[in-house]
Design a protein around this ligand. Structure first.
Ligand code: BGC
Length: 742
């Protein structure tokens, strides 16, 4: 009798366990079968929580299945969480790393992995499961307000950087979210703007970077964008999210929305947007109602739920990771420093003005020398414990500063910040350049060895940049450069400009007035130390531009279709570039346009100087099973150590589709080469990578014939050429989707 009771009890327990299984990686279907509709719908919608203060969002936990709440927090220039907590004396700062554009300027995937491995450790140790990064959108136009978070105007460089970024973060067992998928190339009306883009431009540019990031990085999650693409919200587009992303590219993670709440939740769920963030009850209700009335099928619902559970079992939360809240911030500060040192671009260096001795008496100009811009604003802003400014960094490096000038800048910045706090309740706004009287510059030129002027800009989420006073210099900046040039040059002294900016600015009209220009972008909390180390020659610069610096803003074909005059959109009835933006330039973006049309630029794509010089030799090309492999030797011919980035551009044979004069197909960076030292680099290109997209056949096509392979130190500075012969034409058909005419 007792035995029978025990058997019945055991059976009941088994049934109960079957009905309510605890989630493991082997019983996902059992859990799905045991879930109620309410539970399934809830899992597809984010929840509010305070698990990690300052995190952007959470996924829903369901206790009875052992499904934990998981935590999602921004990026990309480091982890964004709140640094202090009520009633808690501990701090929770994260490391402010170089912005995406600076990382891309390294052209060094290993370096990017090192930086993001450190970011990922902070993600893990602060109890976060997914970093909402990297931002991958292409620099279609220099004025996009979030370009600083993004990598490049070129899809290959952008995709390779993104894949490296993902690998570094995910090596910690935490996830990434490659964003914003896709064509989120402007901030103006970003929630509603409809990007109208040809299939070819989409495939070759705006999706290509994501394709590389997905295939080579294997991110856990992708974030769809707010905007529409060819008429549909991207989050509601089955062709984009399922046909292309999941089926063609094999993405096996979850897609989440960007942070909104669009009425078409049902369409989003059907399209393959698995998770709605940050999540509202009305989204849960919409999903439940749609399942009940049949507009979402059980298969569609379960598909998304299965994706969510597959995501959840990967997370540290699910795996019970005991986070410490003590990432190694001291070690990561060193990584931040290295990340900047290896990426800063030297744009100009007349008569070997740099490196400096390091003992000079420097007149340090510019409010930005104090109000230094470590990163951009918005969701990409990292709450870091400190930012080294240029004044601190130069003193630490051994320079003597003109104290009167430094005091003048500091006092003015403090005054402006206090004024901002008083008038607007916050002190964040960037302080604008102040005019310096010519008489003062005259005296400073006599009293100092040289001038360094730190010119600053910041950019951020939610607004695009303007031409006046942002792309172009302000009057105070222009006057300052002119006066420094006149006064210092009259005494045979040098003028160095440091561009502490988040996006491309105009340089053509003033660069002739100065001796050296350094471009550190917004280099993170340790960036000023990195600049000092480059100025003194402790590090030889090795960064290269990931985009073109045009002569004029209007030289970019996309300028005809970009909302560069923000005020215009307050005028009634302006729809163009606000409600919709036609990417009429097609594939003619960045150097694809400038190189093909032979248009003059201020600094070309891939450009950057070094303190040494390199020679390219012994080039060899060998066919492989699916493309070719090129080897090239690089020798340091100068007198100091340095690194070189070799860029492989390909020009396609005549005939077939119209193609850019050349396209970047591979790149590699040498190790640090001592004077006289050589290294042989190997660069691989597959036939698929040679192909262009033919809308008529909906296929990637590589024409047969002779491909010219060019090895450049920039797109304009080709040092060696070779040929690769593709014997027969190749084609890779894909789904004919996302047409603007649909
Ligand atoms: C931004 C995303 C960010 C999210 C969460 C959105 O407004 O576009 O990049 O990840 O907010 O903060």
């Amino acid at each position: 009798m007792k035995k029978a009771i025990l058997t019945i009890a055991a059976a009941i327990m088994t049934i109960a366990a079957m009905a309510q299984p605890k989630l493991t990686k082997d019983n996902i279907d059992d859990v799905i079968n045991a879930m109620t509709l309410q539970e399934k719908a809830s899992l597809l919608v984010g929840v509010r929580s305070s698990l990690v203060p300052g995190a952007a969002g959470y996924t829903c936990g369901i206790d009875r299945f052992g499904i934990p709440v998981t935590v999602l927090a921004d990026g990309p220039a480091g982890l964004r969480i709140r640094p202090t907590r009520e009633g808690d004396s501990k701090t929770y700062y994260a490391t402010g790393m170089p912005i995406g554009t600076l990382l891309a300027s390294s052209w060094d995937t290993e370096l990017v992995e090192t930086v993001t491995k450190a970011i990922g450790e902070e993600v893990l140790e602060y109890g976060v499961d997914v970093l909402l990064a990297p931002g991958v959108n292409l620099h279609r136009n220099p004025l996009c307000g979030r370009n600083f978070e993004y990598f490049s105007e070129d899809p290959l460089l952008s995709g390779k950087m993104a894949a490296a970024y993902v690998r570094g973060i995910q090596s910690n067992g935490v996830g990434t979210s490659v964003k914003h998928f896709a064509t989120n190339n402007q901030e103006t009306n970003r929630l509603e703007n409809n990007s109208i883009v040809s299939q070819r431009a989409l495939r070759e540019l705006y999706l290509k970077n994501f394709e590389i990031a997905i295939k080579e990085g294997k991110p856990w999650t992708v974030m769809s964008s707010y905007n529409k693409l060819n008429g549909n919200y991207t989050q509601q587009d089955y062709d984009l999210l399922t046909t292309i992303l999941k089926k063609e590219w094999g993405f096996d993670g979850i897609v989440m929305t960007d942070w909104g709440n669009k009425e078409g939740t049902v369409k989003s769920a059907k399209a393959g947007n698995d998770l709605m963030e940050p999540g509202r009850q009305n989204e849960v209700d919409r999903i439940i109602a749609a399942v009940q009335d049949g507009s979402i099928s059980k298969e569609e619902l379960d598909r998304n739920v299965r994706n969510m559970l597959n995501y959840i079992i990967r997370t540290p939360k699910f795996n019970g990771y005991n986070f410490t809240n003590k990432p190694d911030l001291a070690a990561h500060a060193k990584v931040a420093l290295k990340g900047a040192e290896e990426s800063i671009v030297l744009l100009k260096n007349d008569n070997a003005c740099l490196p400096l001795k390091g003992t000079e008496k420097v007149a340090l100009y510019g409010v930005t020398s104090i109000d230094f811009v470590a990163g951009g604003t918005g969701s990409g802003e990292v709450n870091k414990a400190y930012v080294v400014n240029m004044e601190d960094a130069l003193i630490k490096a051994g320079f003597t500063l003109d104290n009167t000038l430094a005091d003048f800048n500091r006092t003015y910045v403090n005054y402006k910040k206090a004024e901002n706090r008083l008038n607007h309740g916050w002190a964040q706004a960037k302080v604008k350049e102040i005019a310096v009287p010519l008489s003062a510059i005259h005296e400073q030129a006599a009293a100092n060895d040289m001038a360094i002027y730190v010119l600053g800009r910041n950019a951020g989420e939610g607004a695009d940049r303007n031409i006046n006073g942002d792309f172009e210099l302000t009057e105070a900046e222009r006057d300052l450069i002119r006066d420094l040039s006149v006064e210092y040059h009259a005494l045979g002294k040098k003028v160095v400009i440091v561009l502490n900016i988040g996006g491309v600015i105009e340089t053509a009209s003033w660069k002739g007035l100065v001796d050296a220009i350094l471009l550190p972008w917004s280099p993170g909390q340790e960036g000023a130390n990195a600049i000092a180390n480059i100025l003194t020659g402790k590090v030889s610069p090795s960064g290269k531009l990931p985009m073109t610096f045009p002569v004029k803003y209007q030289d970019h074909p996309s300028s005809l279709n970009f909302p560069y005059d923000w005020n215009l959109f307050h005028a009634r009835g302006v729809k163009k570039d606000f409600e919709y933006t036609k990417y009429e330039e097609g594939i003619w973006v960045g150097y694809r346009h400038f190189a093909t049309r032979g248009a003059e630029v201020s600094y070309p794509f891939g450009y950057g100087l070094s303190y040494t010089s390199f020679e390219y030799s012994t080039l060899a090309i060998k066919a492989t099973a699916d493309g070719f492999e090129a080897t090239i030797a690089v020798t340091n011919k100068g007198s100091v150590a340095g690194k070189e980035v070799v860029q492989l551009y390909v020009s396609a044979p005549e005939g077939g589709l119209e193609k850019p004069a050349c396209e970047l197909k591979a790149f590699a960076k040498t190790k640090e080469l001592k004077p006289g030292e050589s290294q042989t680099l190997t660069l691989k290109v597959s036939n698929y990578e040679l192909a262009s997209f033919n809308e008529a056949t909906s296929a990637w096509e590589a024409a047969s014939g002779r491909y010219s392979i060019r090895f450049g130190s920039s797109v304009q500075d080709i040092r060696a050429t070779a040929e690769f012969k593709l014997k027969k034409a190749l084609s890779w058909p894909v789904n004919n989707v996302l047409s603007p005419e649909r």
